[in-house]
Design a protein around this ligand. Structure first.
Ligand SMILES: Cc1ncc(COP(=O)(O)O)c(C=O)c1O
Length: 394
C-alpha cells in the first residue's frame, strides 16, 4: 500500500464544518450567520496602531513568546481585573490566535495515555486538538435547557489518567457563563486528581444580563494549575489578525513556549504592538461592546423565534443555539445545507459541537456578531421558512 497518504491522526477528524459553512455561504451568496466573525469595522484606534507599527518598521520577528508591550498589557489587565498577580516574563506567551494557544498548550502537556475532559457541546476545535496532541477525550454533557452539568457525571469522568479539563466560559456554542459555584466544583476535582484546567476565555468581555465572568485561575488553589487562553479576535473584532495568548503557571510556561516556538515562532509583530494599544482602551469600550451585543442578541432571538426556531438564549459569547425540531428535518446537516442553498442563510449544524451526534442532530447554531442590516436581511430571507416539513412560500 502506498505511503503517500495522510497520517492516521489526520484521518480521525473532518475539516471544520464551521469554515465549510462559510465557503458554502460564499458559493450561494447567503447571509453568513455561521462562522463567528464580525462584519463591522474594528476600532479605529486599534487599526491606527497597527498601521503605525508597520510604518515604524516593527516588521521583523518579535521575541518568540511575544512582544513585551503586549505581554505586559495582558498581565496588567488580568492582574487589575481579577486581583491575581500575573508576571509577564514568567507567565504570558503570545501565540497565533487562541487556536494556536490551545494547540501549543495541549502539545506541551499531553503524554500518551493522558485523558482530557471536555464539556459537550464544545467548540469544534477541541476534538481535533485532543487527537493531534494524542489525548483521549472524555465528554461530560452540559444538559439543556440551562446547560448545567451533573456533578456526579463530572466526578465520574475524572481518574488517575486525567491530565486536564478544557473549559470555555462564556461558552461557544451554548452562551453559558459558568458560575463561581460550578467552577468551584470543577476546581475541587482538579485539585483532587492533580489535573490542569485549560480555560478558553475568549468571550470574556461579551457577557449579558448582569452575568459576571469568573476565571477559574482565581478559584482557590487553581492559579498554579490553570492555563488561561484568550486573544484579540473577539474582543476587538480582529479575527483575521491571529493574535492570542496563554497565561500559565511558571511551571508550564517553558513547555508551552518551546512548543509555540517550533509551531509558529511568533505572531505578527506589528499586530502585537496594536494589541497592546487595544488592551489600553478605556473601560467604556468593554461596556459598549457588551451593550451592543446585547441588542444584537435580542434582535436575532426575536427574528429566529418568529421564524419557528426554539432559542436557548445566551448569557455570553455571540451565538444562539436553536432547536430545529419544528421544521421536521431529520438531520441538522441536511437542514443547514437547505437553509444556505434555498433560503440564503448560513448557520452551523449542531452535530459539529457534539461527540454524541444524536444530541446535535436537532440543533443549529447562529451567530449575531453582525450589522443590523445583515440581521434584517437574514430575517427577510427566512420569511420563506414555515414549520413542519418546511415548504417554500412561493
Ligand atoms: C471558544 C473559541 N475559542 C477560540 C476561538 C478562536 O479564536 P482565535 O481567533 O483567537 O484563534 C473561537 C472562535 O470562534 C472560539 O469560539
Amino acid at each position: 500500500m502506498s505511503k503517500v497518504t495522510g497520517s492516521k491522526k489526520a484521518t480521525q477528524f473532518t475539516e471544520s464544518v464551521i469554515r465549510e459553512m462559510t465557503r458554502l455561504n460564499d458559493r450561494y451568496g447567503g447571509v453568513n450567520l455561521s462562522q463567528g466573525f464580525p462584519d463591522f469595522p474594528a476600532p479605529d484606534g486599534v487599526k491606527d496602531a497597527a498601521c503605525a507599527a508597520i510604518r515604524a518598521d516593527i516588521n521583523q520577528y518579535a521575541v518568540t513568546w511575544g512582544a513585551r508591550p503586549l505581554r505586559e498589557a495582558v498581565a496588567a489587565q488580568f492582574t487589575r481585573r481579577y486581583r491575581l498577580p500575573i508576571v509577564a516574563d514568567e507567565q504570558v506567551t503570545v501565540c497565533c490566535g487562541s487556536t494556536e494557544a490551545m494547540m501549543a498548550t495541549m502539545l506541551a502537556i499531553i503524554d500518551p495515555g493522558d485523558e482530557v475532559i471536555v464539556f459537550e457541546p464544545f467548540y469544534e476545535n477541541y476534538g481535533p486538538d485532543a487527537i493531534l496532541s494524542g489525548a483521549t477525550p472524555r465528554y461530560v454533557t452540559l444538559h439543556e435547557p440551562h446547560w448545567t452539568f451533573d456533578p456526579d457525571e463530572l466526578a465520574a469522568a475524572f481518574n488517575e489518567n486525567t491530565k486536564a479539563i478544557i473549559l470555555n466560559t462564556p461558552n461557544n456554542p451554548t452562551g453559558k457563563v459558568f458560575s463561581r459555584d460550578e467552577l468551584e466544583t470543577i476546581a475541587a476535582l482538579c485539585r483532587k486528581w492533580d489535573a490542569i484546567a485549560i480555560s478558553d476565555e475568549i468571550y470574556e468581555h461579551i457577557i449579558y444580563d448582569g452575568y459576571v465572568h469568573v476565571p477559574i485561575a482565581t478559584v482557590e488553589g487553581m492559579a498554579d494549575r490553570t492555563v488561561t487562553i484568550n486573544g484579540l479576535s473577539k474582543t476587538y473584532s480582529v479575527t483575521g489578525w491571529r493574535v492570542g495568548w496563554t497565561i500559565s503557571p511558571p511551571s508550564l510556561t517553558g513547555a508551552i513556549r518551546k512548543v509555540h516556538d517550533f509551531l509558529t515562532v511568533g505572531a505578527a509583530a506589528p499586530l502585537q504592538e496594536a494589541g497592546a494599544a487595544a488592551l489600553a482602551l478605556p473601560q467604556q469600550y468593554y461596556l459598549d461592546l457588551a451593550a451592543n451585543y446585547t441588542k444584537r442578541r435580542d434582535a436575532l432571538v426575536e427574528i429566529l423565534e418568529r421564524h419557528h426556531f426554539t432559542c436557548y438564549k445566551p448569557h455570553g459569547a455571540y451565538y444562539i443555539m436553536t432547536d430545529i425540531s419544528a421544521f421536521g428535518f431529520g438531520d441538522d446537516v441536511e437542514f443547514a445545507r437547505y437553509l444556505v442553498k434555498d433560503v440564503g442563510v448560513a448557520a452551523v449544524p449542531g452535530t459539529s459541537f457534539y461527540n454524541n451526534a444524536a444530541a446535535g442532530r436537532t440543533k443549529l447554531r447562529f451567530c449575531f456578531c453582525k450589522r443590523d442590516e445583515t440581521l434584517r436581511e437574514a430575517d427577510r430571507r427566512m420569511e420563506k421558512l414555515v414549520p413542519a416539513g418546511v415548504k417554500l412560500r412561493s
